[in-house]
Design a protein around this ligand. Sequence first.
Ligand code: OOG
Ligand code: NI
Length: 412
Amino acid sequence: APVTDPVTPTALRTRLAAALSRLYGTEVPAYTTLVRTCEEINAEVLERSGEQAERLGSIERVTAERHGAVRVGTPAEMGQVARVFGACGMHPVGFYDLREATPAIPVVSTAFRPIDAAELAANPFRVFTSVLVVDDRRFFDERTQARLREFLDGRSLFPAELLDLADRMETRGSLPAAEADRFLELATASLALSDEPVDRQWYEHLESISSVAADIGGVGSTHINHLTPRVLDIDELYRRMQDQGITMIDRIQGPPPAPVDVLLRQTSFRALDEPRRFAEPDGSVTTGHLRVRFGEVEARGVALTPRGRALYDERGVAALPTTEAELDAQDLAYYSRDDDGALRPIVYEDFLPKSAAGIFASNLTSDGATDSSARASVRDAHWLQDALERPLHDPYALYDVQRSAGTQDARP
Ligand code: OOG
Ligand code: NI
C-alpha cells in the first residue's frame, strides 16, 4: 500500500470547507459569482492597503474562509453534528436563542469552530448550527409536536460509518488517508440537498407555522443552508454584485462603516427557487420549487469585550471610540500586543443574533403563526451542552485566552 501521512483534524477541516464550497457551487450557481467577486475585491484591497489588509488575518486565511449553516431537529441529531465537526477540530461556541428574535424562529443555535489562534489562522471554518425547539407550545400544537417527533425520530441524518470515523479521529488525533477520504465523502453527501420527494401536505402544514420548521422537519435529511465567503470591502462587494444583476437584500446587516471595523457585517442575495420533487396526497410525484437556500457574504472586524459589546448593543457603533488605541485603553475591544508594542486586533470569530435573525428572515416565505399566550419551553446553554455531550465554550473566555497568550502564534 502507498505510504501516506495520516490526516490531522486541521487538514480534515480545510478539506471539508473546500469540498462543501465545490458542492455549493454546483448547487447554487450565483455562489460561484459571489466567490469570484470576493477574490477580486480582496486582491484589490491587498494591492491598495498592503500589510494593513492582513491585520485581521492573512490573505490565505481570508481567501479560504467560509462559514456554513446547518439546521437539525433533535438533541440527538445535534450530538451527532458535534461528533462530525469535532473530528475537524471544530468545537461548539456560544448559545443563541432565535426564539427571541422578530419574527421569532423556533430554534436555538451554536457555532462549531476552531478555538485557538493557530487553528483559526490555519483555517477558521465555522458552521452556525440550529436545533428545532419541538416542544415549544407557542409554535407547535400537541398534534404537530407528536407528528414532528415521530418524523424526526424515524430519520437518520448521518450514516453510522461516518460517525465511527469521526469518533476514531477524535480519540486518535489523526486518520489514515483512505479513512479521511471516506469521511469527507460521507460528510459532504450528508450535507448535500437531497432529491428525495418532499411530502407536500406535511411540508405545507409546517410552513404555515414556520418556514424554518418546514426546512428542518419537513424533509428527511439536512443540508448546508448557505456557505459564506469573507470579503475585505463589503460595501464594494454589495455594489459589484448588483452591477452583475444579482439582487441583494436591501441592506448590509451589523454595524455601519466605522473608523475601526468591529464585529461582523453581513449581506446576502435572496433565496433562489430550487427544483424539488413532491409526494402528493394522491400518491403521485410532481416537480415543484422550494426556496430554502441563498448566498451570503461577510466582513469581520475586531472582537468587542463584554463592555464594548454592551455599549454597541445599547448605543450603536457611533458610541465607540474611533481609534484602536482608545478601544484598547478603555477595554472595549480585544487586542494583543507585539514585542515592539504594536497592537494586533483579535478577529471576531462568532455571530450576531440580530443579523442571524435577519438572515433567517430574508429566507422566510411567511412570517408563520405563533400563539404568544402559550409558555415557552426552557432552552439554555446548559440544555444545549447536555445535547452536545461536550463543553459549550463561552466566546469571551476564548478571546481572553487569545489576548493573554499574546501574538506569538497569531499568524501561521
Ligand atoms: C443560520 C442563520 C445565521 C449568520 O450568518 O448569521 C447565520 C441559518 O440560516 O440556518 O448563518
Ligand atoms: Ni450565515
